[in-house]
Design a protein around this ligand. Sequence first.
Ligand SMILES: Cc1cc2nc3c(=O)[nH]c(=O)nc-3n(C[C@H](O)[C@H](O)[C@H](O)COP(=O)(O)OP(=O)(O)OC[C@H]3O[C@@H](n4cnc5c(N)ncnc54)[C@H](O)[C@@H]3O)c2cc1C
Length: 337
Amino acid sequence: MKQINTDVLIIGAGPVGLFSVFQLGQLGMKSCVVDCLPKAGGQCSELYPEKPIYDIPAYPVTTGNELVENLKNQIKPFNSEFLLNQRVDQVNHQNNKFISETSSGNKVSSKCIFIAAGSGAFGPNKPPLENIEEFENTSILYNVSKKNIFVEKTIAIAGGGDSAVDWAIELSSITKKIYFIHRREKLRAAPNSVKKLKELSNEKNIEMIIPYQIDSIQGRNGKIETLTVKNLSNEAKRLEVDYFLPFFGLSTKLGPISEWGLEIEKKILRVNQTNCQTSKKGIYGIGDICSYPGKLKLILTGFAEAAAASHHCYNLVFPDKPLHFEYSTTKGINTSN
Ligand SMILES: Cc1cc2nc3c(=O)[nH]c(=O)nc-3n(C[C@H](O)[C@H](O)[C@H](O)COP(=O)(O)OP(=O)(O)OC[C@H]3O[C@@H](n4cnc5c(N)ncnc54)[C@H](O)[C@@H]3O)c2cc1C
């Protein structure tokens, strides 16, 4: 468990959260970024990593992944602390500081908070199984962080998209056996990956369980023993497995943000248009999560909001130091933190 002291806590590592690190850093403020996903990038990385984007100023064309990589390079000099794979669950105000707690038990003390949470926290779509919580994070995993736990194990992978297919291909070289489960004959993943998976299932340790749906899980003390799957004719199969990896995509939930006493309208934070401050002093809403008359949900709008909020919060972070506005061409990159 970590205890972090910083000037500004940034909730959300989407493009707007990432660019805030730059804006704050240029003004001499330290930041810590938290995101529920295992990697930075928000919608750009999760929803359209390879799609061309045409409306980022000075880039005739870029992609979600390229934009995020460039943002990560741009903020490197500021050494911001990143807490990934965890959600900010609680925010309390004590003695002029915000104390925020994440789902992993880490605590961040900050003078201000930027909420750059997009449409809310990304989380996995889960199979609708009664006792699923009992096995989550032990035998049921929604992402792969340590591949070596699967060495010589039997695993089930479910889903029809890129994550399911790519992980089945990747893990087939170290596992004893993979059951690949999907409810339809056709897989949605990239055609080349689907072709590779089918080739591997002919010659390797991958067994295609198609078209089948997950019906129930059996096991004890968080340890899965068997997974029951059924087809449309209600014929059941019991698969003996050590791990189950469902890849059913991601969805967003505003989640705990709605409980922090901020003014919210239709799941969006109402902010002051001139500086992006929410109804609570010191807490700012920027990017897709915020709203004011004429708001455009665009990356470039979010970048401008990050700049406005950073300049406004300066006086809260450094009440005794006046802010002298300077262009980056004048001061260069500020690495004085
Ligand atoms: C298919 C598609 C195409 C698009 N094309 C364009 C385009 O061409 N041009 C353009 O300008 N815009 C485009 N957009 C919109 C653009 O992606 C968004 O405007 C932008 O991603 C908003 O950035 P953000 O940082 O505000 O939020 P997001 O990118 O949504 O990131 C928010 C992050 O906050 C995290 N988070 C939320 N709550 C918490 C919490 N409590 N704790 C921890 N983490 C949390 C989430 O997990 C997420 O990673 C497109 C969107 C889509 C879906």
